[in-house]
Design a protein around this ligand. Structure first.
Ligand code: ATP
Length: 324
């Protein structure tokens, strides 16, 4: 292996830059050429490459987003698209790549490596923390801290006006952001896709909360929640059935994907980048770097894309107890 490509793909997440930096610097350390591929698979197909040396990644460890940009690429879903990508990589002399992204990006990488026997290693970069084979994905810690910070602020105004707030958070089909940030911010209820509380239980819980003397309430709603109503419909429903509450809605949106990465995400990204490059040089491929019990582990990409990480049942219990 003489030249390794690196790119970010799918939704961006804070800490992706720290991962790019780590891959680039590990290559420099091991005297291997490193090529940045811009805009994910789209840039791969178009040959949008730039050689990166140790100095190309100065001052990015602290920055959100991704200097290599990210894109969705329909072309790569087709055999012809992947052939174009392969031709571009071969022309440039790239003989392995590190993909930083989520499930979709790994699915594409897997198809590619099966078709061309091309060495690839994945690094999980998504705020959703939904990838099997890693207890944490890069960006998750930053996102939950951003959400906690936002909810702390919402709580100030909620309690001044004795209001109930429904706060919608990201997370795609899983409730990791909602559950962790909800416990961290002291939410009254947390609605996640893994556990459908039902509307009755929500009303009961809000009634109890009011009766017990709480003047304001925060309910976190994961975007993938299955209660059957979105946050705006929930507001109407509660106003209709529980007129004791003055209800407001806050959808946090894309702010959750941005911001300077936390130290945890920077360290995780740095560790994963080193492991990814070293794994390629050890002749490994089709694997994703993950972390379990503070140790880095490798999981076949085919496994990683199969399912989501399970929700932490113990944390659900803690959350139930905390809302007493
Ligand atoms: P996130 O979860 O943060 O959105 P992701 O990696 O899952 O990240 P996707 O948009 O699902 O994001 O995938 C990124 C890119 O990976 C797609 O635009 C496409 O180019 C490629 N890709 C996704 N699924 C496939 C597939 N089944 N076959 C080939 N390529 C794919």
């Amino acid at each position: 292996i003489k030249k390794i490509g690196v790119f970010t793909s799918g939704g961006d997440s804070p800490g992706m830059n720290a991962a790019i930096r780590s891959v680039v610097r590990t290559c420099a350390y091991l005297n291997i050429e490193c090529v940045g591929i811009y805009r994910g698979y789209q840039g791969m197909i178009e040959g949008d490459f730039k050689t990166l040396d140790a100095r190309s990644v100065n001052n990015i460890i602290n920055k959100g987003g991704t200097i290599l940009k990210s894109a969705r690429c329909e072309d790569f879903r087709t055999k012809q698209g992947r052939k174009k990508a392969y031709d571009q990589l071969t022309k440039e002399g790239i003989d392995a790549f590190v993909v930083i992204g989520g499930n979709g990006s790994f699915t594409g990488a897997l198809l590619f490596t099966e078709e061309y026997n091309f060495p690839v290693i994945g690094i999980p970069g998504t705020i959703d923390n939904d990838i099997l084979g890693s207890s944490f994905t890069i960006g998750f810690d930053t996102a939950i801290n951003t959400v906690v910070d936002a909810i702390d602020k919402i709580r100030d105004t909620a309690s001044s006006h004795n209001r109930l707030f429904f706060v919608e958070v990201m997370g795609r089909d899983v409730g990791h952001i909602a559950l962790n940030a909800g416990v961290g911010a002291g939410a009254e209820e947390i609605l996640i896709p893994e556990q459908n509380l039902g509307l009755e239980r929500l009303l009961d819980s809000l009634k109890r909360s009011k009766a017990s003397g709480k003047s304001s309430s925060i309910v976190i709603v994961a975007e993938g929640d299955k209660i059957g109503k979105n946050v705006f419909e929930l507001k109407e429903y509660v106003e209709e059935h529980l007129p004791i509450y003055d209800v407001r809605v806050s959808v946090l949106g894309h702010m959750q994907r941005g911001g300077n990465p936390t130290c945890f995400d920077r360290v995780l990204a740095s560790r994963m980048g080193v492991k990814a490059v070293e794994s390629i040089l050890e002749g490994k491929s089709n694997l994703m770097v993950g972390i379990r019990d503070t140790k880095l582990v490798l999981t076949p990409l085919a496994e990683a894309i199969k399912a989501h990480t399970e929700i932490d049942e113990e944390l659900i219990r803690v959350s139930d107890i905390m809302t007493t």
